[in-house]
Design a binder for this molecule. Structure first.
Ligand SMILES: C[S@@+](CC[C@H](N)C(=O)[O-])C[C@H]1O[C@@H](n2cnc3c(N)ncnc32)[C@H](O)[C@@H]1O
Ligand code: SF4
Length: 346
C-alpha cells in the first residue's frame, strides 16, 4: 500500500474512533493520556483541514420515502417503513446540510414522486434551489408517476432528472418487476426525455445490470435518448434490504459476476456518456440519508444508521456515515452538475 493512502486510512480510522469514543466515553475522568494526545493531534489535523474534507457533505442522497409502486426484485432500498418527515423538518435538515457544505442534493427513495403526488418533492426541489441556492438539485425516479404539470410547476428548479431503466425489452422489465401493471416503462422513458428537453432539465439514465439484462445491447436506445450521463450499476446486495433473513427482497438470483459486468461494459464501450459503477465503487461512495435523516453506513454490507442530523447535527451524524470520499471522487462523483454549466442542446 502506498504511504499517502495508508496515512489517509489511518487518519480516517482515527477520525472514526474519535467520533465513536466521544459519543460513548466520559473524557474528563479515567481516559489515558495517550488517548487524549491522539485525539488532540487528530483535532489539530481536523482544524488544519487534513481530514475536514472527508466529513463535508458535498453531495447528499436523501431517500425521504421508502414506499414505491414498482417491485424491482433487486431493490436495495425497500419499504421497511412508511415514514416521511413533515416538510418543515425536511427543510430544516436540508438547511443544516447546506450550512455544513452541501452543494448537491439528490432526492431518491422508494419512489420520490409517490408522496403527496409529487408535491412534497416539488416543494423540496424549489426550496433547495431558491432558498438554499444549491448549485445542483437532482432526482432519481422510476418515472411512472411524473406528470407534465410537475415540470410546469417545478421544472425550473431542477438541474437533473435521472430515470431508471434496466432493459429496452418490455418482457425483461416485467420479469425484473420494473413496471406497474402492463404500462410500458420504455414509452414512458421517451415521454419524460421529451419533457426534460421541453422544460430544460438535464436528462440522465440509470441501469442496474443483473442476470436478466446482462446480455442485452442497449447502445441504439441510449444513443437515441442521448442522456447527459448513463449510470451503469452492477447489481449490489445489501443485507437486511435485498439479502438475508430480515430483507423484503431476495436479490441473490439477480447478482452477476465482475466478468459479466465487464462484458456488458465492453459491449457498450462506444457509448461516451456511460459511467460504470461496480459493487466496489458503489458501496461506500454515496452519502445516504434515510427517511429520518440518518446517514446510512454500508461498510458492513448492510445499512447501519447514524443518529438523525435533526437531533445531533450534521458533524456528529456524518462520523457514522461510512463515507469514502476517495471512492466518491474515483467514481466521478464530482462532475458538472448545475444545468447552467452544461452545454445542453435546448
Ligand atoms: C433505490 S432506487 C430509488 C429511486 C427510484 N425508485 C428508481 O428506481 O429510480 C435508486 C437507484 O438505485 C438503483 N438500484 C436499486 N437496487 C439496486 C441494486 N441492488 N444494485 C444497484 N442499484 C440498485 C435503482 O435502479 C435506481 O437507479
Ligand atoms: S428500484 Fe424499483 S422497487 Fe426499488 S425504489 Fe426504485 S422503482 Fe421502486
Amino acid at each position: 500500500m502506498n504511504t499517502p493512502l495508508l496515512l489517509q486510512l489511518c487518519v480516517s480510522t482515527l477520525h472514526f474512533i474519535f467520533c465513536a469514543l466521544s459519543k460513548v466515553c466520559n473524557w474528563t475522568a479515567g481516559s489515558s493520556k495517550a488517548a487524549k494526545s491522539a485525539v488532540s493531534s487528530l483535532e489539530r489535523k481536523v482544524s488544519q483541514g487534513t481530514v475536514r474534507d472527508a466529513a463535508t457533505p458535498t453531495s447528499v442522497n436523501y431517500h425521504f420515502t421508502r414506499k414505491c409502486n414498482y417491485k424491482c426484485g433487486f431493490c436495495f432500498h425497500t419499504a421497511k417503513t412508511s415514514f416521511v418527515l413533515p416538510l418543515e423538518e425536511a427543510e430544516r435538515g436540508l438547511k443544516l446540510l447546506k450550512e455544513s457544505g452541501m452543494e448537491k442534493i439528490n432526492f431518491s427513495g422508494g419512489e420520490p414522486f409517490l408522496h403527496d403526488k409529487g408535491d412534497f418533492l416539488g416543494k423540496l426541489v424549489q426550496y433547495c434551489k431558491v432558498d438554499l441556492q444549491l448549485p445542483s438539485v437532482s432526482i432519481v425516479s422510476n418515472g411512472s408517476m411524473i406528470k407534465e404539470k410537475w415540470f410546469q410547476k417545478y421544472g425550473d428548479y431542477l438541474d437533473i432528472l435521472a430515470i431508471s431503466c434496466d432493459s429496452f425489452d418490455e418482457a425483461t422489465n416485467q420479469l425484473i418487476g420494473r413496471a406497474q401493471g402492463r404500462k410500458s416503462h420504455i414509452d414512458n422513458l421517451y415521454k419524460i426525455r421529451n419533457w426534460c428537453k421541453q422544460y430544460k432539465v438535464a436528462f440522465k439514465i440509470n441501469s442496474v445490470i443483473n442476470t436478466f439484462n446482462s446480455d442485452e445491447d442497449m447502445t441504439e436506445h441510449i444513443v437515441e435518448l442521448n442522456p447527459v450521463r448513463w449510470k451503469v450499476f452492477q447489481c449490489l446486495l445489501i443485507d437486511g434490504e435485498n439479502a438475508g433473513e430480515t430483507a423484503l427482497r431476495e436479490a441473490e438470483r439477480f447478482v452477476i459476476s465482475d466478468e459479466q459486468f465487464q462484458d456488458f461494459l465492453n459491449r457498450h464501450s462506444s457509448v461516451s456518456c456511460l459511467v460504470p459503477e461496480s459493487n466496489e465503487k458503489m458501496r461506500n461512495s454515496y452519502l445516504i440519508l434515510d427517511e429520518y435523516m440518518r446517514f446510512l453506513d454500508c461498510r458492513q454490507g448492510r445499512k447501519d444508521p447514524s443518529k438523525s442530523i435533526l437531533d445531533v447535527g450534521v458533524k456528529e451524524a456524518i462520523c457514522f456515515s461510512g463515507f469514502d470520499e476517495k471512492m466518491f471522487l474515483k467514481r466521478g462523483g464530482k462532475y458538472v452538475w448545475s444545468k447552467a454549466d452544461m452545454k445542453l442542446e435546448w
